[in-house]
Ligand binder design. Structure first.
Ligand SMILES: Nc1ncnc2c1ncn2[C@@H]1O[C@H](COP(=O)(O)OP(=O)(O)OP(=O)(O)O)[C@@H](O)[C@H]1O
Ligand SMILES: [Mg+2]
Length: 283
């Protein structure tokens, strides 16, 4: 479980370029939840997630992981980064080893694990992201497709056996099929490994399809936090933040405005279709 208490963060404090990124964030993130983190550009999403695994030390406030204050002088921040893994945006740009297997092994090796344990972890991690370890392991990361490279980056994070997986716009730049596959992969990992997932994403459709809770940031503050359906029911407020709502919900809202008494809190095509048919053909 992660507890964030009154976290403030200012970049380049005490300089003329000071930028306030977080203005008093408090959150509780229980184990195993699938959370969407949304908000306009510059609202503090990337800053916030970097405080959760101690990459950024907030100007004030506390973050604790499993009851341990991660910024306490004696805190083991390497262990925190192992538990709370962060996949950066365009993470494939950080691949650097000669082979895929070496790249995935980098994290576990830094943890000081024995070689046979490292090999097992590399194998399992590549398998979990849908890449055959025998085929892809020996290849240079730079010969892979963009989507494959991103999977390798994810495998590198999974090889640390994290409890919490934070993904900063993981589908950016992938084609529609690549996006859909990557999201399915995240859902599968969540189910198989009981991971907590925190997903930053600008696509409301992708957030609706993958998360059960949505946290909305605006100008460094939490302005909404609740079950995904309830948050996307607040269409006007989201519109105000230029965030919008999933496409199916947009269509249902329009039908409702034209007098069709449909529910508007449905986010998949199948659900929306069933709802429209229900209203058009009452039993
Ligand atoms: N390294 C930095 N130095 C100075 N200011 C920064 C730095 N990183 C971020 N900021 C500022 O902090 C604020 C929050 O930025 P952050 O990257 O957390 O927003 P974001 O919600 O992730 O935005 P986006 O959706 O564009 O990725 C912005 O005003 C940004 O300009
Ligand atoms: Mg960001």
């Amino acid at each position: 479980m992660i507890e964030v208490r009154d976290v403030h963060h200012v970049y380049l404090r005490d300089s003329p370029l000071a930028a306030v990124a977080l203005r008093g964030i408090s959150l509780t993130i229980p184990d195993g939840e699938r959370i969407g983190l949304i908000g306009p550009t510059g609202s503090g999403k990337s800053t916030l997630v970097q405080t959760l695994n101690a990459l950024i030390r907030p100007t004030s406030g506390t973050v604790s992981v499993d009851g341990e204050d991660i910024f306490a002088p004696k805190a083991d921040r390497r262990r925190v980064r192992q538990k709370v893994a962060l996949l950066f945006q365009y993470a494939e740009q950080q691949l650097f080893e000669e082979t895929v297997a070496k790249d995935v092994a980098f994290g576990p090796r830094n943890l000081g694990l024995p070689e046979d344990e490292i090999a097992t972890r590399v194998h399992e991690a590549l398998q979990s992201v849908g890449l055959d370890p025998d085929r892809f392991g020996p290849r240079s990361p730079f010969t892979l497709s963009g989507g494959e490279m991103r999977r390798v980056a994810l495998a590198g994070v999974l090889a640390m056996s994290p409890k919490v997986l934070i993904l900063d716009e993981p589908t950016a730049g992938l084609d529609p099929q690549g996006k859909a596959e990557f999201l399915q992969l995240i859902l599968r990992l969540h189910a198989q490994r009981q991971l907590t997932v925190i997903l930053i994403n600008h696509s409301m459709d992708e957030i609706a399809q993958t998360t059960e809770r949505v946290i909305v940031l605006d100008a460094g503050r939490v302005v909404m936090d609740g079950p995904t359906r309830q948050i996307f029911a607040r269409a006007e407020e989201l519109e105000h933040l230029h965030l919008g709502i999933p496409q199916t919900a947009q269509i249902l809202h329009r039908l409702r405005a034209r007098g069709l008494p449909v529910r508007t809190d449905l986010f998949t095509l199948e659900e929306a279709r069933a709802e429209v048919l229900r209203v058009l053909r009452p039993a």
